[in-house]
Design a binder for this molecule. Sequence first.
Ligand SMILES: NC(=O)c1ccc[n+]([C@@H]2O[C@H](COP(=O)([O-])OP(=O)(O)OC[C@H]3O[C@@H](n4cnc5c(N)ncnc54)[C@H](O)[C@@H]3O)[C@@H](O)[C@H]2O)c1
Length: 314
Amino acid sequence: MHPSEAIKNQPCLDWRFHLPQQFQKIIFWIYFPLISVSNFISPFNSFNLRDRTIFLTGGAGLLGREFAAALAAAQAHVVIADINGEAAQAVATEITARTGVEALGLEIDVSDRLSVHAAVKQILDIFGQIDVLVNNAAVDPKFDPTHQVEHTGSFEDYPLDLWNQSLAVNLTGMFLCSQAVARPMLAQDKGVIINISSIYGLVGPDQRLYENQIDPTPVYKPITYSVTKSAVTGLTRYLATYWAGKNIRVNTLTLGGVFNQHKDEFVQRYSARTPLGRMAQRSEYNSALLFLASDASAYMTGANLVVDGGWTAW
Ligand SMILES: NC(=O)c1ccc[n+]([C@@H]2O[C@H](COP(=O)([O-])OP(=O)(O)OC[C@H]3O[C@@H](n4cnc5c(N)ncnc54)[C@H](O)[C@@H]3O)[C@@H](O)[C@H]2O)c1
């Protein structure tokens, strides 16, 4: 007998084919919706942040405002904590009005231990828990029209006070905020920490981007940004392994440059240096943040999620 004939003549082993036709239909209509529901709805359900409390530092900044709105859209209570307390409250008021989910604006200096602990106490008094900390606040010397570059950023003359300020906010800030949420998270038996980093934490800045054809004074992305952002992955790995078995997940989210009305010259250079050929839109990191904040990333800790248009692949 030809092998294909043998296969055709084999008895069907699936028990469902031996049931009367009526039963087959009933089983299909029970079975199919269940598979459909589990396949098509539950993967997205795991992104839901309903009733979770999220402590977002630097929440009044360019990306902080985007993150706050995205987290609130996923039904989380977002605490927008920023050194600019008024701006933080304005963001919170707008989010509550838009989503109907209670948000809170707080003034905080992440580099000041007392300020951080006071903020954490206030959040716990109001919401009773802190499920997610997003360490997003940073001193980020930008080259867009809304920021005056106070120093050229040259390494040879870099002022010690700017070095100390960046370390205090970008690094000590993450340390203090993580430390302040540690006991509440351990007591809850769960928690998530997301540390925001940059492509300059992975590769050195391409200083040619910052050359200016009109003003010949050279400007540089400063040493402090690279040093503090490089340290973020170390902090993440330390905490992820330190809390092994404690159900506190710690991950880094590394981002590429966001378009913010930069000069054409800068945008062209940045885009040419990026495999996807452009800068990011400010909303394009929201989904990665939701992934890391939610149960969608339940099997992820100590990792670095890089969303950079391919910048670090080159
Ligand atoms: N914008 C980008 O292109 C880009 C790219 C890669 C990574 N990042 C990272 O994303 C995060 C957010 O960046 P952004 O573009 O929104 O920056 P941003 O400067 O617009 O916002 C930073 C926020 O942090 C706040 N802040 C500063 N010092 C503080 C302190 N001591 N205590 C509390 N808050 C303080 C500021 O008031 C501001 O609202 C940063 O960690 C940054 O390094 C940004």
